[in-house]
Write a protein that binds this ligand. Structure first.
Ligand SMILES: Nc1nc2c(ncn2[C@@H]2O[C@H](COP(=O)(O)OP(=O)(O)OP(=O)(O)O)[C@@H](O)[C@H]2O)c(=O)[nH]1
Length: 327
């Protein structure tokens, strides 16, 4: 469809109304000795800042401190490039921060000189607060997610610990030990290093329970567990409660004699607790131990456990309160 052009009179009326009624600020300025001077500003512009009246230099506007320092850059660029330009401005008027998207259009004469610059702005201030609010909500949500993730990780760790810990003694449980045993056997074979396993069993514990009661029995188990822990100090050492009054200790890179020494230290220290048990020869709680060390590459967990168990059986047969190496 062919456009019907305005005649000059209509056009004049059109622009007059646009200039007067627009809610967007319009202004026309001209370059003047490195500065710019306001030539005309519409009511919307004057409402925003009455200082934008004709004759005001931009350097005067900047001197009020309401406008950001870089405000002239856009005008200079428009002047130099002779091209329309848009940029954002954040003036502070009466203590309130505004956000404007400003558009500049160079007015060029027949000699290709920029005589004026026409400017207009869109007031985007209303978007500032929701944007900030959104940012704050996002930051809050991020922090919450992080907090919850941390709580979840902690809970997972606690749960993980529960599944591998013996509740009464707080030593590792059998499940953890069996797993560790497989890993350590593989490592010992890989590194061609010895791996010692000690099987401990409290002597006449049934009689202890029958005589002193189950609660005293529990207390005794805890104290023995503490002794065992003290003697499995290296990072790779594992001590676990294997059954009721049975404990196991895994000592990587220790030979038979070294492991026997550990077993003997534990045995001596347990007797040294001097927890009464009328059934034993020493009349105190004692412990017996069986030591086994991985010897050949054909060794597996069952073989090692069986050897240590056999040695423990020998210790029991030999009168208890002693440690023997598997033969
Ligand atoms: N208090 C208490 N007793 C337990 C627990 N677990 C196992 N027992 C007891 O430990 C005792 C083990 O007894 P036995 O296997 O007969 O062995 P023992 O009396 O120690 O005899 P020897 O090993 O031959 O010296 C049983 O009476 C079990 O009830 C526990 O968690 N707490």
């Amino acid at each position: 469809m062919k456009q019907v052009p305005f005649n000059p009179e209509e056009l004049n009326l059109f622009f007059k109304q646009l200039w007067k009624k627009s809610l967007n600020p319009f202004w026309i300025c001209k370059p003047i000795a490195g500065d710019f001077e306001m030539v005309l500003a519409n009511p919307a512009a004057l409402k925003l800042d009455p200082l934008q009246k004709p004759g005001t230099k931009f350097s005067e506007l900047i001197a009020t401190g309401k406008y950001p320092d870089g405000i002239l850059d856009g005008y200079h660029k428009c002047l130099a490039d002779k091209l329309p330009l848009e940029f954002e401005q954040t003036p502070v008027v009466n203590g309130k921060e505004y956000l404007f998207r400003t558009f500049l259009v160079p007015i060029v004469n027949d000699n290709d000189e920029v005589t004026h610059i026409w400017g207009t702005s869109h007031n985007l201030t209303d978007f500032i607060d929701p944007q900030r609010e959104l940012l704050m909500i996002n930051q809050y949500l991020d922090a919450k997610v992080q907090e919850r993730t941390e709580q979840l990780n902690q809970a997972m760790k606690r749960l993980e610990k529960l599944t591998i810990t013996d509740e009464l003694t707080q030593l590792a449980n059998r499940r953890y030990f069996d797993d560790a045993l497989q890993k350590e056997i593989a490592r010992a074979k890989r590194n061609n290093q010895p791996l010692a396993l000690i099987y401990f069993d409290i002597d006449y514990f049934k009689t202890f329970n029958d005589t002193y009661g189950h609660t005293a029995g529990d207390k005794c188990l805890k104290r023995v567990a503490q002794v065992l822990s003290h003697h499995a100090q290296r990072a790779a050492d594992v001590v676990a409660r294997y059954g009721g009054e049975e404990f196991v200790m895994l000592l990587p890179n220790l030979n038979c004699q070294q492991a026997l020494q550990v077993a003997e230290r534990v045995r001596t220290e347990v007797a040294g607790l001097r927890i009464p048990n009328q059934e034993t020869e020493a009349k105190v709680v004692t412990i017996s131990a069986g030591v086994a060390v991985i010897k050949e590459s054909s060794f597996n967990a069952d073989t090692l456990l069986k050897l240590a168990d056999n040695a423990l059986y020998q210790s029991k047969s030999n009168g208890r309160n002693c440690s023997l190496i598997a033969s």
